[in-house]
Design a protein around this ligand. Structure first.
Ligand code: ADP
Ligand code: ZN
Length: 360
């Protein structure tokens, strides 16, 4: 299927389906990506091992010249040093203003390659080929960037892709933990906006975990369209975009204080979404909301409680360093029921402390 994302006056297609890697040359041509200018493909070692040769040969068969740059997997590649290396590859590969940069990989590769596309020669075209479920989230909204040693995602830009090719066949090699973590962000889009979609994810958990192509296609399309809807309405309704942060305030704090690699992003926000449900109940939601949320998340093999070794004070401390915190209270995305959330300002830290204790 094809989804058109409309943001401001710009729009771009997200193709979701099987076998798209084998049609990439044709789809780039259809979208008007120049054939005279070289393409730069950015990928990581894991993904490149599985899919880079297929992509390169398909593009070359369609008449494209390609240059590839493969980075180490993981967040450390979103650095200024690696950014410089990719720019060097672009210059040496002869990329010009009509070239495109292609991201073949998950969120890390998408952020890095997208920022290269945003800044090389003041901006060239960007094509995204996401290979994780989590990356459906970052394929809409245009945020690209890298980390500074002092702060994550501190250096970046808004740069919308020209085209997104979501080949669900490439998801078949994802490690099971990455599958579940990606599904956390998928069901989040249901929990904030669309109760039926959240319930659909629950009902199709087995298919999704088994990487059934039809289930993935539907889930990714729905996830992308909720995100697109929220982001595009945000241009009119101020701050609506904040609801996309459901589970993220607690989730980011967990990621910040846990040992590196202990939690994947999706796992951390899963626990965070249970925390938000607990807070929702404290603020008046039906008490069944907590068990319903836990049931949905555990059906996707996601964690729903905090390991007791994570210190409450350190978690609170990490949250207060989050930019949303000010003067003894914090802004939180709080569910009212499945599919409906509210952004609540001025939640007192003592409330959050109790929620964290309950999460253990
Ligand atoms: P995200 O932020 O979207 O989860 P990352 O770029 O951090 O993505 O990727 C997560 C991990 O999964 C990395 O180690 C990456 O190399 C690996 N990976 C990404 N896509 C695939 C895939 N299709 N098959 C196997 N491993 C993959
Ligand atoms: Zn997230």
């Amino acid at each position: 299927s094809t989804l058109t994302v409309q943001l401001g006056e710009r729009s771009y297609p997200i193709h979701i389906g099987r076998g798209l890697l084998h049609r990439s040359g044709e789809l780039l041509k259809e979208r008007g990506i120049a054939q005279k200018s070289p393409l730069l493909i950015v990928s990581d070692e894991n993904v490149a091992g599985f899919y880079l040769a297929t992509l390169e040969s398909n593009l070359q068969a369609s008449g494209y010249k390609t240059v590839s740059f493969v980075v180490k997997p993981g967040e450390t590649s979103k650095s200024l040093a690696v950014f410089e290396q990719v720019i060097t590859a672009a210059i040496e590969g002869g990329l010009d203003r009509n070239s495109a940069v292609i991201a073949l990989g998950g969120g890390v590769v998408g952020d890095l390659a997208g920022f290269v596309a945003a800044s090389y020669m003041r901006g060239v075209k960007f094509v995204q080929i996401p290979t994780t479920i989590l990356a459906h989230d970052s394929s809409v909204g245009g945020k690209v960037g890298i980390n500074h040693p002092l702060a994550k995602n501190m250096i970046g830009a808004f740069h919308q892709p020209e085209l997104v090719l979501y080949d669900v066949d490439t998801l078949s090699t994802l490690p099971p933990r990455e599958v579940s973590a990606g599904l956390a962000e998928m069901i989040k889009h249901g929990l904030i906006w669309d109760a039926d979609f959240a319930q659909w994810c629950r009902d199709h958990a087995t298919d999704l975990l088994a990487l059934d192509a039809a289930a993935l296609e539907y889930g990714l399309e729905k996830g992308c369209s909720v995100k697109a809807e929220v982001v595009s309405r945000d241009e009119r309704e101020n701050d609506l975009r904040a609801i996309l942060n459901l589970g993220h305030t607690i989730g980011h704090a967990i990621e910040a204080i846990a040992g590196y690699g202990e939690f994947l992003h999706g796992e951390a926000i899963s626990i965070g979404m249970v925390g938000s449900a607990l807070l929702g109940v404290k603020l008046g939601a039906d008490p069944s909301l907590v068990d319903e949320t836990k049931d949905m998340l555990s059906s996707l093999r996601l964690p729903t409680s905090l390991p007791s070794h994570l210190d409450t004070d350190r978690l609170l401390d990490a949250m207060m360093h989050d930019k949303k915190f000010k003067e003894g209270s914090i802004t939180f995305v709080v569910p009212r029921s499945i599919g409906h959330v509210e952004v609540v300002k001025d939640i007192s830290v003592s409330y959050i402390r109790r929620v964290i204790e309950q999460l253990k």
